[in-house]
Design a binder for this molecule. Structure first.
Ligand code: C2E
Ligand code: CA
Ligand code: CA
Length: 561
């Protein structure tokens, strides 16, 4: 940091405010060559410049008596503004007793007019600037106590200073995120977790010091690293990874690294924050890998990001204009001689005016990340409930329909009220609107989900655990979970005819369902062989292309005849 704030190297900008031209000229002459100087001839103009250049100004030298807005008023306005307050102001006046008054009003220092001692002026200006810069540092806890790295706020502040100092030469943004750090903490304990962070932080610290960069730690287990750009970054990253791995000596700890290479968009210059957004995106692409890997931000990711942003912008309109279509896929009970239609699953599709038909896999994860999923889900629940009602009235078929429930929905304190409202409005029983909750949701916040789901079941709703068998929930927890059906993950069902292990796994899950006294539902069933095998080993309910793809409501009605 000493290096960063190297006071000789950065030319600071100061503002001289005086209504008399001659006074401005005298001061400018004294400070010429030492600072970049801008001028204002009254308080109003001064404030304009101060607001415009608030991040760049290091000091204001200001006369107290001026037309329009005087120095006292400018000081007062600056003091009331948290962003402007950090800029030190030295007041200039001939009036004897203005000194105390202006210091009390927040001035950093005071110079008596006429200003005829250049050395005094220069010393006071320099001193005030240094004091102000030091106090920013002292007033905020700039470093992370665990690793000695900067905290995020300072990281970006100093990053910008460093960019200035380097004349805006390219700098690469790198994000390092530890894979499943929560599990590291759980497995080895918090102290060990802290030790891991300290070691990684220490290595990164050493590295950035060597190459003249900066680093910080955010959100516990994520490191931001800002380094002067180099063409051989790919090779270097490998080297950095080895350095970190060597200090850790625990092969089980792995990380993912996202990199924004500051040369990838020739001609385009991005702000530091934006570069880290890009690096984050590259890192996020590695989310489901559990080995150490790195990934560069590129054009393709950029296009995807723009596409995602557009979808996020369009969702409200999609709901109000009914661009979202709910499709229904039948579930059949296969325990008897002939398959019997037992229910349907509501699956959303988006018919976008520009992009056409979009599958949920391309937009659901996007909305899960930012909470927008709740709007979408509620819309689908309402549509599904209305459909149950309509089929009942039209065909006399009172078919249960399952809807998907996202993690975000469950944490809304109004969750059960919303659902109750929907079934009441459509005059259907709660057990007709089945709720599918994915297995991984249970694992993340078991306690809260159990409470929430228990409430729903008391109200008469039925809950199916979706995607079961991905290997997240522990078996002993299963008995504590309130649920009414186990829905096997499609990935294991897919392989039952070709892979002995998958077959055994499905058989075991069916056993578990028996112990829990709930039906098992297999989805993704595409062939008669899969169907027969599932039937043989006691699977009750089946969903999949073998019977039908998800269909629009009117086409689904063919199953009623
Ligand atoms: P999911 O809940 O596991 O739904 C089953 C997915 O498998 C559906 O994909 C369905 O079309 C597909 N599928 C059904 N049978 C077969 C088959 O035999 N073979 C193959 N290969 N696939 C089959 P879809 O409709 O693309 O939905 C994907 C995921 O999007 C769903 O997975 C669910 O997690 C999510 N989703 C869909 N609609 C909603 C919704 O309204 N709200 C929420 N939160 N998520 C939804
Ligand atoms: Ca589902
Ligand atoms: Ca599923």
């Amino acid at each position: 940091m000493q290096e960063l704030l190297n006071r000789e190297k950065i030319t600071r900008k100061i503002l001289i405010v005086d209504d008399e031209f001659i006074e401005r000229a005298i001061l400018a002459k004294m400070l010429d060559g030492l600072y970049e100087i801008v001028y204002a001839e009254d308080g109003v103009k001064a404030l304009e410049i101060i607001r415009r250049d608030k991040l760049k100004l290091s000091l204001v030298l200001m006369d107290l008596y001026m037309p329009e807005l005087d120095g006292h008023s400018v000081l007062k306005i600056m003091q009331a503004d948290s962003e402007l307050r950090r800029i030190p102001v030295i007041v200039l006046t001939a009036e004897e007793n203005a000194e105390v008054k202006s210091l009390q009003a927040g001035a950093a220092d005071f110079i008596k007019k006429p200003c005829n001692q250049p050395d005094v002026v220069r010393a006071r200006v320099k001193h005030s600037i240094e004091l102000a810069e030091d106090s920013i540092i002292i007033h905020q806890t700039e470093r992370d106590t665990l690793t000695g790295l900067f905290n995020k706020e300072f990281f970006f502040q100093y990053g910008k200073l460093l960019e200035n100092k380097r004349d805006h030469a390219p700098m690469d943004a790198i994000i390092l995120d530890i894979n499943r750090f929560r599990i590291v903490n759980e497995l080895y304990g918090q102290n060990y977790g802290d030790e891991v962070l300290r070691k990684i932080g220490g290595t990164i610290h050493k590295l950035v010091n060597e190459v003249g960069g900066l680093a910080c730690r955010v959100n516990n287990d994520i490191f931001f690293i800002y380094l002067p750009h180099r063409n051989d970054i790919t090779a270097k990253i490998q080297e950095y990874i080895s350095m970190i791995e060597d200090t850790l000596e625990n092969k089980k700890i792995t990380f993912r690294i996202g990199i924004y290479r500051d040369s990838s968009h020739a001609g385009e210059k991005f702000e530091m924050e934006r570069k880290f957004d890009f690096a984050k995106l590259a890192c996020r692409k590695l989310r489901n890998t559990y080995t150490t890997r790195f990934n560069f931000y590129n054009e393709e990711l950029r296009k995807k990001e723009i596409h995602s942003e557009q979808l996020i912008n369009d969702i409200d309109k999609a709901i109000s204009e009914k661009q979202l279509k709910v499709f229904y896929q039948p579930k059949y009970n296969i325990s008897g001689d002939k398959p019997v239609l037992t229910s349907a699953e509501a699956l959303v599709r988006w018919v976008h005016p520009e992009f056409g038909f979009i599958n949920p896999g391309d937009f659901i994860p996007l909305f899960e990340n930012n909470g927008l999923i709740q709007k979408l889900d509620i819309y689908v629940w309402k549509e599904a409930a209305a459909q149950i009602k309509s089929w009942r009235e039209k065909f006399g078929v009172y078919l249960p329909v399952s809807v998907n429930v996202s993690r975000v929905d469950i944490f809304d304190p109004m969750f059960s009220e919303i659902l109750s409202g929907i079934i009441k409005e459509n005059e259907i029983e709660p057990e007709k609107l089945l709720l599918e909750i994915t297995e991984s949701a249970y694992v993340d916040n078991a306690g809260q989900i159990i409470d929430s789901v228990s409430r729903l079941r008391e109200l008469g709703f039925k809950v199916e655990m979706d995607d079961f068998g991905c290997g997240y929930s522990s078996l002993n927890m299963l008995t504590a979970l309130p649920l009414d059906a186990l829905k096997l993950d499609m990935a294991i069902v897919k392989d039952i005819c070709v892979n002995q292990k998958a077959y055994r796994l499905v058989a075991i899950i069916l056993e578990i369902a028996k112990i829990l006294e709930v039906p098992a539902i297999a989805e993704g069933v595409e062939t008669i062989e899969q169907l027969n095998l599932l039937k043989e080993i006691g699977c009750d309910i089946v969903q999949g292309y073998y019977f039908s793809k998800p269909l629009p409501a009117d086409e689904f009605e063919k199953f009623f005849s």
